[in-house]
Design a protein around this ligand. Structure first.
Ligand code: HAM
Length: 427
């Protein structure tokens, strides 16, 4: 509540007003079109999940779980969280709904609100929308490349330009532990030159030092061992193939040996999508990101099931949707206005509006007004072709007046015939 006693949205959380809806809808429509094309099925998972889904899935040591989760406890003692991201909920749903018996791969997509208790700033909110695409059941490198291409296609269809995709492989349980050891050793030797945050990360999250944007850390990173030189043969081969497949597409990608992503479940391919110039110190807000998560389903008690996915940040994308070449689906304009005078006529209006609606004719009204003049003024402003006028006398005589708004000419027709009459006139 504000000082004046008026309620406001919580910090970092915003209304999405009618003016903005068309942009959100556009992003949804483009996602849906592309999802349909590539054979993804839409899924809604709950906004509230067992907190453990994220603690175990996203990872106990991640910023998301440690600092950013909105947690709540029900009266019954259940420990829940508002979903901070979609992938762990999808893995839970995959197992809970027996999707391993569905035809492989299971391709799912979603669009909805997510919650992170972050420091609000441009492009960073506490409630934000994401679309996400997940392909479960395939380990082939081609699938990773396809997913990146899908993301690219969505953004291009939305006319977002100047896109760049950063990509890396973070290996698997075979090669990553050894790499982390090397990295730890290297950073320990250079501990003094790391920022405070990264000195802490040395203890529990060495990989994250790689994507620190601090100038001091950047300098240290320059000579750090790179994962690409430390991948096992299988991961190396997999990554090489992802890049080869990407070379077959128009996707503008660049290797980024420092890209590690802040979620624990990733294996092998990781990527992020950007637009525009990068700020060297601040880095940049990614429009989206994703990667492979071959161990997550197993971690949740399912069979060993490789998977890969990505999610886009809708607010950040909507902020870029200014291209005048974009077309939006506008709601159909009413060509007919129904004006009523008096209570008897008003009652009759309800049936009539329903009849028109069932026949697919959009009719505007102003049920809160009672006299004719203001209703005609509204009809004028709406630029309808016809106004139907219904008073007590007309109801008693089972008639209604049709007024041509251009010529001002009026005629009476039987009330029971008005829908078919209007259908003919509007052809
Ligand atoms: P993420 O990188 O944490 O990945 O989030 C994806 C995108 O959501 C970000 O690139 C950004 O555009 C948007 N986003 C994240 N946090 C905020 C925020 N506080 N305010 C506004 N936008 C935000 C995931 O969430 C993974 N689940 C992606 C994935 C799917 N990986 C595999 N499958």
């Amino acid at each position: 509540m504000s000082k004046k006693g008026k309620f406001q949205t919580p910090k970092g959380i915003h209304d999405i007003l009618p003016k903005k809806q068309k942009y959100y809808r556009k992003v949804y429509q483009v996602c849906k079109k592309i999802a349909d094309y590539y054979g993804f099925q839409e899924i809604y998972t709950p906004i509230l999940e067992d907190r453990g889904v994220y603690e175990k899935g996203t990872g106990e040591g991640t910023d998301i779980v440690q600092k950013e989760m909105f947690k709540l406890k029900t009266k019954g003692g259940e420990k829940l969280a508002l979903r901070p991201e979609g992938t762990p909920g999808i893995a839970r749903a995959y197992i809970e709904n027996g999707m391993s018996n569905w035809q492989t791969p299971v391709k799912l997509w979603y669009f909805g609100p997510f919650f992170r208790y972050e420091k609000p700033q441009a492009g960073r909110y506490r409630q934000f929308w994401q679309f996400g695409f997940e392909i479960i059941g395939q380990s082939d490198a081609a699938v990773d490349a396809e997913l990146i291409q899908i993301f690219y296609n969505i953004l291009r269809e939305l006319r977002i330009e100047d896109l760049s995709i950063k990509i890396n492989s973070i290996g698997d349980e075979e090669c990553r532990p050894e790499y982390i050891e090397k990295l730890e050793e290297y950073f320990k030797e250079n501990k003094k030159n790391l920022c405070k945050n990264c000195q802490k990360r040395l203890k529990d999250n060495v990989l994250r030092i790689l994507d620190c944007k601090n100038k001091k850390c950047n300098k240290v990173k320059e000579d750090a061992p790179q994962i690409i030189d430390n991948l096992c043969d299988d991961c190396h081969e997999h990554f090489k193939k992802v890049l080869e497949f990407l070379d077959k597409t128009e996707v503008p990608y660049e290797l980024d040996p420092y890209l590690v992503r802040g979620l624990d479940y990733y294996t092998r391919t990781v990527f992020e999508v950007f637009t525009g110039e990068e700020d060297e110190e601040e880095g940049q807000n990614a429009l989206g990101g994703g990667g492979r998560y071959d161990k997550l389903i197993e971690l949740f008690g399912g069979k060993e099931t490789p998977a890969t996915g990505m999610a886009g940040g809708v607010e950040r994308i909507v902020e870029k949707l200014v291209d005048e070449r974009l077309t939006f689906e506008e709601p159909e304009k009413a060509r007919v206005f129904l004006a009523q005078i008096g209570e008897t006529a008003k009652r009759e209006t309800f049936d009539l509006l329903e009849e028109f609606r069932k026949k697919g004719i959009k009719v505007a009204e102003s049920l809160g007004r009672n006299s004719l003049r203001p209703q005609l003024n509204i009809a004028d402003k709406m630029e309808v072709d016809y106004t139907l006028i219904l008073g007590k006398k007309e109801v008693v005589e089972d008639e209604i007046i049709i007024r041509n708004m251009k010529s001002g000419k009026q005629k009476k027709v039987k009330l029971s015939k008005v829908v078919s009459e209007m259908k003919k006139k509007l052809k």
